[in-house]
Design a protein around this ligand. Sequence first.
Ligand code: GLY
Length: 375
Amino acid sequence: MEIVIIGAGVIGLATAWRAAARGAAVTLVDPAPASGASSVAAGMLTPVSELTYGEEPLLRLGLASRERYGAFAAELAELTGLETGYRTNGIIEVAFDSDDLRHLDDLRRFQESLGIPTEALNGRECRRLEPMLAPGVRGGLLAPEDGSVDPRRLTPALLAAGERLGVRLVRSRVSAVLVENDVATGVRLDDGAEIRADRTLLAAGPWCGDIGGLPDGVVPEVRPVKGQVLRLRTRAPFIQRSTRGIVKGSSIYLVPRADGEIVVGATQEEMGFDTRVTAGGLWELLRDARELLPGVTELDFAEVSAGLRPGSPDNAPVMGPTALPGLYVGTGHFRNGILLTPVSADILAEVLVDGTVPEVGRPFTPERFQTRSGA
Ligand code: GLY
């Protein structure tokens, strides 16, 4: 089984590794592997804290992925000797006013109804866990099993794991998918070279629509959703676990790493393919982070960056076979790409190698859009 994967973000990289582990010969094509949203993301692993009502299938996908993360990170470390910064030290989400408290309470009850452990905290309990929290914090919710991974360590580990299993990396841009007799048969590169494959996976995030050669309606529209992210550094203990809050309606989170880095995210902007870092974006992040943790202004500045999350029409991932035989998609992970990497890679590897969509992946096939659009 020859597979070509377009796009070496976390989803393409992890799928390449998992498909190679199932015996496929995999070629991964990307001019700059792991340089998009995968290199900007904070890496919070939180199916619970970012849960939205009516998104139960996505919650189940997130939980399935979080359950796999420990073994996934351990397997990567064993195979490559590279650590991913995977931590399960919990995530705390805090509230400043009655509306936020009500929101957290609804969230807690919903999670409990699904059997997901969470702990409701009053303001004092929040500050006992995280002493740097603002005095105005009135309550919170601890998701003790959530955590984080460092995407900038995860992607080199995935690249190395793929290499160990014979994944061939081609640093080029794909100009078109090859289609012969209504079947996708591989890709054409910018320089005209062709790579033939039995199965072609489009995992190019928001750039899926840039690939030529595809009949209309075969690939669902995936839009770029910009996120600006700030990286700070601390020399003394600051926060122990990922800390989130809603500040005057906007959501802010800080994710600490063991090496002292603290990632502050993120804006959510529908600006097309714009990766400019703006004064306004930076100001918003710092303003809200300071409301949550006033001491944040004492930390060292390290970096600011912007990435483009791939958003599908319903903001859920799109994974599986398309209406064009031989062509598969793996994109649309929106705000959950890092969390969903292990389960998505398993789903996509099974789809590509065995031709079956596992139960957990069934709500996320492209068919849901094809039915609607008549494609
Ligand atoms: N999941 C975090 C973000 O998209 O900002």
